[in-house]
Design a protein around this ligand. Structure first.
Ligand SMILES: Nc1ncnc2c1ncn2[C@@H]1O[C@H](COP(=O)(O)OP(=O)(O)OP(=O)(O)O)[C@@H](O)[C@H]1O
Ligand SMILES: Nc1nc(=O)c2ncn([C@H]3C[C@H](O)[C@@H](CO)O3)c2[nH]1
Length: 322
């Protein structure tokens, strides 16, 4: 019962997002068809979807085509590089994201929506005057306190929020920037599946049925949104689980009090398998080929401008080469 209700919620959310972003989907798909030859495009698995209609319309209206292609905003959209920052809990992703944003204000850097997960409002009842009563629940805390009960729910919500982030259209300032326009996300729909959900399944906190259901809708969503959620690159912040534990304790987020070194070890191994050894089975062609920049996050860069400069240079070179 719980599963089917969640499923309905998930898919009604997905269709709302699709409706909400319908205009963007048209624009992006339009751009995509110009990157590939029409032949490649028609061979794609969605050859009968609206993509083809867009292509047909464009082929029949050369004036429209030329006008769109010559627009600098469209050119910039084609150039936008989308990159995620990946790494273990408390390795320093948000800290690094803030550093990138201050060094490169033109870029769009989006952090993980942790506070959303900590504050989920639900309407529980009406008071005597008919006013709605809302309850706020902390799903992050619920997941850590009772992972068997809440991991699947957590993964549906974390994945939806990551999808929402990755579907954000690039802001005008990004499209107007002279250098390489860049969108950076803290984690992605891919780490949601290949790090956390997989780990929870391996730990027995997500049961085989839940895992099958998760993978089914995850593949459907990623394939449906196609190029809109693809990444050009991944920055992997790497440090030992011990270093992450040290930082986690130092940060003192209350929900994470029960996080053990063993859990961080397991997440570390998942990152290594996915991003270094490439032994994790991934299901999306572009992701198999994605370029990974590995940075040594054990370096204490926060108060060292020289190290910060080195990191920024490496990242800029990486983006230029994508
Ligand atoms: N390079 C660093 N040197 C020293 N301390 C750091 C460094 N990077 C991050 N920290 C500290 O470690 C703690 C965790 O950092 P941060 O919140 O950026 O991690 P995170 O990877 O974003 O965590 P999460 O996985 O929970 O999202 C913070 O207290 C931060 O100040
Ligand atoms: N189970 C689980 N699945 C996820 O997709 C996921 N993404 C992040 N987190 C946890 C790590 C930090 O405590 C905190 C902030 O990153 O949230 C997750 N936990």
């Amino acid at each position: 019962m719980r599963m089917s209700t969640l499923h309905r919620v998930l898919f009604s959310c997905a269709s709302n997002i699709k409706r909400h972003h319908a205009g963007l989907i048209q624009v992006r798909r339009f751009a995509y068809t110009h990157r590939k030859t029409p032949d490649t495009f028609l061979r794609g698995r969605n050859a009968t979807t609206p993509q083809r209609t867009v292509l047909d319309v464009m082929a029949n209206d050369k004036r429209h085509c030329v006008r769109c292609l010559s627009s600098s905003a469209d050119d910039a959209k084609l150039r936008v590089k989308r990159v995620s920052i990946e790494g273990n809990i408390a390795v320093g992703k948000s800290t690094f994201a803030r550093l990138l944003q201050s060094a490169c204000p033109d870029w769009e850097v989006m952090t993980e929506p942790v506070s959303r997960w900590q504050n989920i409002e639900s309407e529980t009842s009406k008071d005597t005057e008919g006013q709605a009563q809302t309850t706020v629940s902390n799903l992050l805390q619920m997941m850590y306190q009772d992972p068997q009960r809440w991991s699947y729910t957590f993964q549906t919500y974390s994945c939806m929020s990551r999808l929402r982030t990755q579907l954000q259209p690039p802001p005008a300032r990004l499209l107007g920037s002279k250098g390489t326009p860049v969108q950076v996300y803290e984690r992605s729909v891919y780490s949601d599946r290949y790090i956390f959900a997989l780990n929870m399944f391996e730990l027995g906190c997500i049961n085989p049925t839940e895992w099958a259901v998760y993978q089914d809708w995850h593949s459907l969503l990623v394939e449906e949104f196609g190029q809109q959620v693809e990444l050009e690159g991944i920055i992997y912040l790497r440090a030992t689980p011990e270093k992450c534990m040290e930082r986690l304790v130092c940060r003192g987020r209350p929900e994470e009090e029960g996080v053990t070194l063993d859990y961080l070890n397991k997440l570390h191994v998942q990152h290594e398998k996915w991003l270094v050894e490439k032994s994790t089975e991934v299901h999306f062609e572009k992701l198999k080929l994605v370029r990974v920049l590995q940075l040594d996050a054990s370096v204490e860069f926060k108060s060292d401008p020289e190290v910060q400069e080195q990191f920024i240079t490496k990242v800029k070179n990486f983006f230029e080469a994508l």
